[in-house]
Design a protein around this ligand. Structure first.
Ligand code: ZN
Length: 218
Protein backbone atom coordinates (compact mmCIF):
# COMPACT_ATOMS: atom_id res chain seq x y z
CA UNK A 1 0.00 0.00 0.00
CA UNK A 2 1.39 3.43 -0.94
CA UNK A 3 1.61 5.97 1.86
CA UNK A 4 2.02 9.72 1.59
CA UNK A 5 3.41 11.93 4.35
CA UNK A 6 2.82 15.49 5.39
CA UNK A 7 6.16 17.28 5.60
CA UNK A 8 7.25 18.32 9.08
CA UNK A 9 4.54 16.24 10.83
CA UNK A 10 4.10 12.58 11.76
CA UNK A 11 0.87 12.39 9.73
CA UNK A 12 0.71 9.86 6.90
CA UNK A 13 -2.14 8.56 4.75
CA UNK A 14 -2.60 5.36 2.76
CA UNK A 15 -3.29 6.46 -0.82
CA UNK A 16 -6.82 5.80 -2.04
CA UNK A 17 -7.92 6.92 -5.47
CA UNK A 18 -6.07 9.50 -7.55
CA UNK A 19 -8.73 11.58 -9.29
CA UNK A 20 -7.47 13.72 -12.18
CA UNK A 21 -9.09 16.67 -13.87
CA UNK A 22 -8.66 17.11 -17.61
CA UNK A 23 -9.12 20.37 -19.54
CA UNK A 24 -8.94 22.84 -16.65
CA UNK A 25 -6.72 25.45 -18.33
CA UNK A 26 -8.01 27.10 -21.50
CA UNK A 27 -4.56 27.50 -23.10
CA UNK A 28 -3.95 23.73 -22.74
CA UNK A 29 -7.38 22.89 -24.20
CA UNK A 30 -6.46 25.06 -27.20
CA UNK A 31 -3.01 23.56 -27.72
CA UNK A 32 -4.56 20.07 -28.03
CA UNK A 33 -7.52 21.29 -30.10
CA UNK A 34 -10.05 19.99 -27.56
CA UNK A 35 -13.49 21.40 -26.76
CA UNK A 36 -14.22 23.32 -23.55
CA UNK A 37 -16.22 20.84 -21.44
CA UNK A 38 -19.50 21.69 -19.60
CA UNK A 39 -18.97 19.03 -17.00
CA UNK A 40 -15.46 18.46 -15.58
CA UNK A 41 -13.43 15.84 -17.47
CA UNK A 42 -12.47 13.33 -14.78
CA UNK A 43 -10.39 10.16 -14.83
CA UNK A 44 -8.66 8.06 -12.18
CA UNK A 45 -5.09 6.79 -11.91
CA UNK A 46 -4.35 3.71 -9.77
CA UNK A 47 -2.17 4.12 -6.65
CA UNK A 48 0.37 1.83 -8.35
CA UNK A 49 1.15 4.71 -10.75
CA UNK A 50 2.85 6.76 -8.01
CA UNK A 51 6.54 7.63 -8.22
CA UNK A 52 8.31 9.32 -5.30
CA UNK A 53 10.45 12.44 -5.58
CA UNK A 54 13.87 11.52 -6.98
CA UNK A 55 12.49 8.49 -8.83
CA UNK A 56 12.91 7.28 -12.41
CA UNK A 57 10.13 7.34 -15.00
CA UNK A 58 9.78 4.16 -17.06
CA UNK A 59 8.08 4.97 -20.37
CA UNK A 60 6.18 1.86 -21.57
CA UNK A 61 7.53 0.32 -24.76
CA UNK A 62 4.09 0.58 -26.44
CA UNK A 63 4.33 4.39 -26.68
CA UNK A 64 6.48 6.86 -28.60
CA UNK A 65 4.99 10.03 -27.12
CA UNK A 66 5.07 10.36 -23.35
CA UNK A 67 4.09 13.92 -22.37
CA UNK A 68 4.67 15.76 -19.08
CA UNK A 69 1.72 17.57 -17.44
CA UNK A 70 2.62 19.64 -14.35
CA UNK A 71 -0.25 19.84 -11.85
CA UNK A 72 -1.07 21.00 -8.32
CA UNK A 73 -2.04 17.95 -6.22
CA UNK A 74 -4.53 18.04 -3.33
CA UNK A 75 -4.63 15.51 -0.49
CA UNK A 76 -7.99 14.81 1.15
CA UNK A 77 -7.82 14.65 4.95
CA UNK A 78 -11.52 14.52 5.86
CA UNK A 79 -14.21 12.39 4.22
CA UNK A 80 -16.99 14.10 2.31
CA UNK A 81 -19.72 13.65 -0.29
CA UNK A 82 -21.43 16.58 -2.08
CA UNK A 83 -19.03 18.96 -0.34
CA UNK A 84 -20.18 22.61 -0.62
CA UNK A 85 -17.59 24.98 -2.11
CA UNK A 86 -17.58 27.01 1.11
CA UNK A 87 -16.36 24.00 3.10
CA UNK A 88 -14.08 22.50 0.44
CA UNK A 89 -10.73 23.71 1.77
CA UNK A 90 -11.47 22.31 5.25
CA UNK A 91 -11.39 18.79 3.70
CA UNK A 92 -7.77 19.21 2.57
CA UNK A 93 -4.76 17.89 4.48
CA UNK A 94 -2.05 19.07 2.09
CA UNK A 95 -0.72 20.16 -1.29
CA UNK A 96 2.02 18.66 -3.46
CA UNK A 97 3.67 18.96 -6.86
CA UNK A 98 2.56 16.25 -9.30
CA UNK A 99 3.11 15.18 -12.87
CA UNK A 100 0.28 13.54 -14.80
CA UNK A 101 2.37 11.66 -17.38
CA UNK A 102 0.39 10.84 -20.50
CA UNK A 103 1.06 8.55 -23.45
CA UNK A 104 -0.35 11.01 -25.97
CA UNK A 105 -0.17 8.64 -28.95
CA UNK A 106 -2.07 5.92 -27.09
CA UNK A 107 -4.55 8.45 -25.67
CA UNK A 108 -5.24 9.91 -29.15
CA UNK A 109 -5.74 6.44 -30.61
CA UNK A 110 -8.17 5.39 -27.85
CA UNK A 111 -10.00 8.76 -27.91
CA UNK A 112 -10.52 8.48 -31.66
CA UNK A 113 -12.15 5.07 -31.13
CA UNK A 114 -14.30 6.39 -28.27
CA UNK A 115 -12.56 4.05 -25.79
CA UNK A 116 -11.34 4.77 -22.22
CA UNK A 117 -7.78 6.18 -21.97
CA UNK A 118 -6.79 4.38 -18.77
CA UNK A 119 -3.64 2.68 -20.09
CA UNK A 120 -2.38 6.00 -21.49
CA UNK A 121 -2.63 7.62 -18.04
CA UNK A 122 -2.29 4.94 -15.38
CA UNK A 123 0.89 3.04 -16.19
CA UNK A 124 3.54 2.43 -13.49
CA UNK A 125 5.49 5.65 -12.68
CA UNK A 126 2.90 7.82 -14.49
CA UNK A 127 2.24 9.86 -11.33
CA UNK A 128 5.44 11.41 -9.90
CA UNK A 129 4.52 13.16 -6.65
CA UNK A 130 6.44 15.34 -4.18
CA UNK A 131 5.95 15.29 -0.41
CA UNK A 132 2.80 17.08 0.74
CA UNK A 133 3.03 20.32 2.69
CA UNK A 134 0.33 21.02 5.31
CA UNK A 135 -2.73 22.69 3.74
CA UNK A 136 -2.41 25.62 6.18
CA UNK A 137 0.95 26.48 4.60
CA UNK A 138 -0.70 27.61 1.34
CA UNK A 139 -2.54 30.87 1.74
CA UNK A 140 -4.55 30.82 -1.50
CA UNK A 141 -4.23 27.71 -3.74
CA UNK A 142 -5.93 29.63 -6.57
CA UNK A 143 -3.08 32.12 -6.97
CA UNK A 144 0.21 30.25 -7.02
CA UNK A 145 2.84 29.95 -9.72
CA UNK A 146 3.71 26.60 -11.38
CA UNK A 147 6.91 25.99 -13.36
CA UNK A 148 8.25 22.88 -15.06
CA UNK A 149 11.78 22.67 -16.40
CA UNK A 150 13.11 19.85 -18.56
CA UNK A 151 16.93 19.69 -18.62
CA UNK A 152 16.96 23.20 -17.14
CA UNK A 153 14.69 24.73 -19.81
CA UNK A 154 11.25 26.08 -18.91
CA UNK A 155 8.49 24.09 -20.66
CA UNK A 156 5.41 24.99 -18.57
CA UNK A 157 4.84 28.19 -16.64
CA UNK A 158 1.46 29.35 -15.37
CA UNK A 159 -0.55 30.39 -12.35
CA UNK A 160 -3.40 28.45 -10.75
CA UNK A 161 -5.42 31.69 -11.14
CA UNK A 162 -5.75 30.57 -14.80
CA UNK A 163 -7.65 27.41 -13.82
CA UNK A 164 -11.21 27.35 -15.20
CA UNK A 165 -12.39 25.64 -12.01
CA UNK A 166 -10.97 26.76 -8.66
CA UNK A 167 -9.72 24.28 -6.06
CA UNK A 168 -13.02 24.73 -4.16
CA UNK A 169 -15.11 24.10 -7.30
CA UNK A 170 -13.03 21.02 -8.17
CA UNK A 171 -13.54 19.46 -4.72
CA UNK A 172 -17.26 20.23 -4.83
CA UNK A 173 -17.69 18.76 -8.31
CA UNK A 174 -15.52 15.65 -7.80
CA UNK A 175 -17.33 14.92 -4.50
CA UNK A 176 -20.65 15.05 -6.32
CA UNK A 177 -19.53 11.93 -8.25
CA UNK A 178 -17.28 10.15 -5.72
CA UNK A 179 -17.13 10.13 -1.93
CA UNK A 180 -13.77 11.65 -1.08
CA UNK A 181 -11.90 9.76 1.63
CA UNK A 182 -8.75 10.52 3.64
CA UNK A 183 -5.75 9.60 1.48
CA UNK A 184 -7.48 10.38 -1.82
CA UNK A 185 -5.48 12.65 -4.13
CA UNK A 186 -6.84 15.09 -6.71
CA UNK A 187 -4.77 16.38 -9.65
CA UNK A 188 -6.12 19.74 -10.78
CA UNK A 189 -5.22 19.80 -14.48
CA UNK A 190 -2.31 21.14 -16.49
CA UNK A 191 -1.60 24.46 -18.23
CA UNK A 192 -0.17 24.78 -21.76
CA UNK A 193 3.32 23.69 -22.72
CA UNK A 194 2.96 19.91 -22.55
CA UNK A 195 5.58 18.15 -24.65
CA UNK A 196 7.36 14.88 -25.19
CA UNK A 197 9.96 13.58 -22.75
CA UNK A 198 12.66 11.08 -23.62
CA UNK A 199 15.31 8.85 -22.13
CA UNK A 200 17.81 10.76 -19.98
CA UNK A 201 15.62 13.85 -19.45
CA UNK A 202 15.70 15.53 -16.04
CA UNK A 203 12.38 17.05 -14.96
CA UNK A 204 12.00 19.63 -12.23
CA UNK A 205 8.56 20.87 -11.22
CA UNK A 206 8.09 23.73 -8.81
CA UNK A 207 4.95 25.17 -7.25
CA UNK A 208 5.10 28.33 -5.18
CA UNK A 209 4.56 27.73 -1.41
CA UNK A 210 4.36 23.96 -2.08
CA UNK A 211 7.82 22.80 -3.12
CA UNK A 212 9.71 20.99 -5.84
CA UNK A 213 9.66 17.59 -7.53
CA UNK A 214 12.67 16.15 -9.36
CA UNK A 215 12.51 12.99 -11.46
CA UNK A 216 14.39 11.59 -14.44
CA UNK A 217 13.51 9.42 -17.42
CA UNK A 218 15.13 5.95 -17.72
ZN1 ZN B 1 -3.43 16.09 -16.57
Amino acid sequence: MHQVKIKGTDQSYPVGKIVCLGRNYLDHIRELGNKVPDRAVIFVKPASSLLADGGTIQIPSYSNACHHELELALLIGTEGKNIPEGQALSHLAGYAVALDLTLRDIQDELKSKGLPWEIAKGFDTSCPLSEFVPAAQVENPNAIQLTLKVNGEIRQQANTAQMMRSVEEIIAEVSSFYTLEPGDIILTGTPAGVSRIQSGDQLEGEIEQVGTLKVSVA
